[in-house]
Design a protein around this ligand. Sequence first.
Ligand code: SF4
Length: 556
Amino acid sequence: MSPERDQIDFDVLFVGGGPANLAGAIHLMQLAAEKNLELEVALIEKGKKIGAHALSGAVFNPRALEELMPDYLDKGFPSEKKVRGDRLYYLTKNGYHALPWSPPAMHNEGFHTVSLARLTRWLADIAESLGVSIFPGFAGKEVLFAKDGKTVVGVRTGDKGLDREGKPKKKFEPGIDLMANVTIFGEGPRGSLVGEIDRKLGIFPKDMPQVFETAIKEVIQLPEDNFFSTSEFNDIHTMGYPLGINTPGGGFIYEMDQNRVALGFITGLSYEDPMLDTYDEFMKFKTHPLVAGIIKEGKVVEQGARTIASGGYYSLPELAVDGALFAGGCASIQDLPSLKGIHVSMKSGMLAAEAAIKATGEKDFTRESLDHYTELFKKSWVNGELYKGRNFAQALARKGLSKLIHLGAQTVTQGRGIFDPMAHHGEDHTAMNVLNGTHRAKAVDRITYDGELYVDKLTGVYLSKTLHREDQPCHLVIHDPAVCVTECYEKYGNPCVRFCPGNVYEMEMEAETGKPRLKLNPSNCLHCKTCEIKDPFQNILWTCPEGGDGPNYAVL
Ligand code: SF4
């Protein structure tokens, strides 16, 4: 029997506490104040606090923020460093070349490096001061639909206090039904609730699949006298080694305040080799002589992982349905050529807020009314930025010379390139080859895990401060566990043990039978969703654990 649940009604409900929704919530309250409208507005966030799931370290283009709050610098905007200059390097295994030019979209001089955790907390404080009720530690578990089966009327938050079998424990707290005239989803890439809406209403295009990259990031404390003390540039990107030219991805190093750097490595999930280990590629990048020289004598203070939606313009979903709007990464809104998503996410949230205000004024929350957001989006600079990069990810996923020819053609034709639209390679999980005996080398030959600057996967999980209550239903649903130990073991060698950056999946050999057995460590989960995306059998469903669980990124 389902438990009795409280119900709370709002005018507008934001699901997810990232930059898209926080900017949206602020803009909504600004517009409401201009129109003398009193609105009940709430924002829920599954992390323990705002910023807990916002992985630190990014270059921030202030374009949207300048529109939202022209006096943002006076309001204490948490800039880490102003970008003094950028460098793009091509890495070989042991050497490097500084490229004489970098694509204009990657010129960041004058922008700011930020800690995403600090940025979101700062935005949340402003939103709260304007009257938004913010509830961290509440995970949206289920989308609530009206009787017509297509109108979103809110979300149900997850139950707290269930045991492993899903039975209520003594301190059981049933989830709450949060009802709203408009629900704005800003869940971040591969949002679970947006996925639920897509399964019901089919909002994502079928011919241009959603594709992703996985980023593993660290914040490293450097000594006072470090590379950036004298460097004229503090925004570094790399391409080439270790992935080579046939697999999309690359590295970055950004200077942060207090002698820290944000360092990360991104692997495109269109990779083919089932033996590729995302963490191993990250370590190869980090131990490359150029990178090792920049971070020498440092100490890792935080690590984490997340995915980036890289499908781009042609993969955008329908932005509105009856009762709901989609903003930011969960709607694949990402400026791919500039490697930035925060400013376009923020602007999308602000446009969603404008549509929500109009719908509230007209008391019309149908798809037709909320499609005002789609109209605003199409006319906005976000659409222009995304349109310029409309074929970028597709070109990056091509191999060898073909990649260079397509990227070159897109550069001189404002993104059109040779084919427009250019087809994606297919969903990421379809790209994996079966084991064929020719696999990439491991990085172990030059790594010594010293527990300080070079940490292994489990220490990385520890440094993400990820925590899950152990005695709860496993949030990773394996549809058919038999596939793991038969077909997947034989054909792909269980790639989950390598693509998961959190060491959540382990294969053990049973002593009695000598057969493989899957062991799950869900409490290590970094909520990156790589497993759900890349599993070749689509045998894994990532569901939201109890609100407040997961990483606790805290670098301030
Ligand atoms: Fe990421 Fe899945 Fe591993 Fe969790 S279990 S860390 S979501 S790959």
